[in-house]
Design a binder for this molecule. Structure first.
Ligand code: CU
Length: 144
């Protein structure tokens, strides 16, 4: 069977689209943090975390090269309807599932940011499951 030049280019482009789709099949997307407010030494990072493995993740630890201390937080409403942050001891992501970390919801809390977060810079957040790293995420700082 003779494959025309056009067919060949088409197959080649499908191959590269496939390769790109595979490269995106990692553990996080849309990861960002807001630039620091003046005089505020804490911040938060947001993303969609995805577990591409065949086993459940129980994330118990999160660290960052940009903050002295890092915690997983969620928001909850108390009986008075006031929203407050709570420390999540564990974040479970079933095999193949995703969890959204977004403003007013779950987030990575950054305490004692060493120097103010400036739009355009990036840093790293690392999620661990029983002392094994499950996901290393590059975070891009953006303006509010
Ligand atoms: Cu928080």
């Amino acid at each position: 069977m003779k494959i025309s030049h056009c067919t060949f280019l088409f197959l080649l482009s499908v191959f590269f689209m496939g390769a790109n789709a595979h490269a995106e099949h990692n553990c996080a997307r849309d990861a960002f943090a807001f630039a620091s407010l003046k005089g505020v030494a804490h911040g938060a990072a947001f993303m969609t975390l995805h577990n591409p493995t065949k086993h459940e993740w129980n994330i118990t630890k999160v660290t960052s090269d940009r903050a002295a201390r890092t915690e997983l937080h969620d928001h909850e409403h108390n009986a008075q309807g006031v929203m407050r942050m709570v420390h999540l001891k564990q974040l479970t992501i079933p095999a193949g599932a995703s969890v959204s970390l977004a403003p007013s919801g779950k987030h990575v809390m950054l305490f004692d940011v060493k120097t103010p977060l400036v739009a355009g810079e990036s840093f790293t957040v690392v999620f661990s499951d029983n002392n094994h790293i499950v996901c290393t995420v590059p975070i891009t700082v953006r303006d509010r």
